[in-house]
Ligand binder design. Sequence first.
Ligand SMILES: Cc1cc2nc3c(=O)[nH]c(=O)nc-3n(C[C@H](O)[C@H](O)[C@H](O)COP(=O)(O)O)c2cc1C
Length: 417
Amino acid sequence: MSIVYNGFRKKKMHGVNNLEIVESEGYGMRKRLIGIFTFIVILTGIVILLPKGTRAEAAVKISAKVLHMAKGQTYKLKLTNAKSTKKVTWSSSDSSVASVKKGRVTANKEGMAVITAKYGKKVYECSVSVSGGTEDSLIIYFSATGTTGDAAAKIQEAVGADIVRLVPKTDYSSADLKYTDNSCRANKEQAENTMPAISTVIRNLDQYSTIYIGYPIWHGKEPGVIRTFLSKYSMEGKTVLPFCTSGSSGISGSMQHIRDMAEGADVKNGKDLTHSSVKDIEEWIKKGNEISVKSDDGGYMAENMKMKIGNKEVDVIWEDNESVKALRELVGSGTVSINMSMYGGFEQVGEIGTSLPRNDTQTTTLCGDIVLYSGDKLVVFYGSNSWSYTRLGKITGLDRAQLTELLSEGNVTITIW
Ligand SMILES: Cc1cc2nc3c(=O)[nH]c(=O)nc-3n(C[C@H](O)[C@H](O)[C@H](O)COP(=O)(O)O)c2cc1C
């Protein structure tokens, strides 16, 4: 026989009284309720004790970090997610250039000013550039690490245009730009043709008839910020001059997209300005931005050397080097077929059958890169690897997903003719 006393069961075994802990139903329920109550009390305590800034509140942001205006224009800046607009204090570093009242900015005269919004202990800034309304050309650029910004400054020196930087709403951290990591933000945006939000506002685009658009090459094409810009602003009736900086790929892989997006514009052949001086830029502009046999970006289009992966013809920008010239000679007026093997989950490699001149340098390859390995092997990448290679070219016009599909599903034959 056993009797339940508030959770203890008294058992008589072999004539000895034993106490055994048990949970009666009523007791278990009470314990659970106490547990839930304690949890709620602790949680409430944590929330109350947390400093205000760390509670889950939507981050306060300024509606534009860069504002480009013509003299006489106004624009209303806002602090989004600020609970009380009355608590925002607005000021300008130079009211004679751009004054501000309750967030409304007025462009007074040509120059630069920084508008500041103070909210609580934090300060939010917007750089305002005011044009006199006399310039006819505008340089618009996006630069994640400064190289394209330098090229844009050189164009400004060469042609004296107004200039405006495209700023993404969420800046790119170095982890976001780590292109060796397939899942980094920039790689994902390029693979999915994303259009990230921008916080640059251009109020006076109508004033300009010539627009220079600059960007770094990301995976063979323009970055998402440029896609966003061209989807928001019409280029109709304008002359557009694309320019870029890159590791080596050049601008060609982005040109068709720019032409498609800048509907109604006269889009000139673009130029890779990575290694260009102000003098080179003056020459480029004087020449009317036309390209000759040599491609706009310093690589040879080699339009008479074509390549197929399996049955699919792909566009290639070939490098301007001795190895590519030797490959061109080898192909002659015939066909070279190379049996490739998948390797390492990121490349296909195959024997060319002869040695080509090599000038190997330590290289981190990207999706679409074609390189010469050990002088006699062709390698095509759908992922990335760091090794000593000689660059041969870059496949353009296909994104990572398309190249991965072409190259990762079994050994292929590459045909060059
Ligand atoms: C995500 C990412 C992808 C890139 N893809 C390429 C590429 O396909 N070809 C190339 O030549 N360089 C590539 N680069 C190198 C940049 O184009 C080059 O460093 C450029 O000058 C950077 O310009 P910025 O400093 O204005 O951002 C890539 C860089 C990043 C961050």
